[in-house]
Design a binder for this molecule. Sequence first.
Ligand code: ZN
Length: 110
Amino acid sequence: MTDLLLPFGERIGDGQMMRPEEVANGLACGCVCVKCRRRLVAKQGTIIAAHFAHEAEVGCIGAFESSMHAMAKQIIAEALMVRPPMVGLTTGYDWHRARRFQAPFRTGIA
Ligand SMILES: [Zn+2]
């Protein structure tokens, strides 16, 4: 069990990762937990930030991390590239070696 609210659910049918604001409230959201595959409930209340919860308490360890991972993969797949921040080197490095080392980080996944 974690105190972190579940930010994303996997929509049944097409496998898209969804935010709770993008689906119908409650069980009508049609989403499952990407970690345990159990049904989720979208909670779009006004007091706590919108989030998903398991339909029944199941002690699903790692659901938050798995949902973040799946959403990150979806974003990368849709963008068809990754732009990680450049690594800054200040002193004490051979710049020719540093450039060779940095090259893979400048290349996006395209
Ligand atoms: Zn779960």
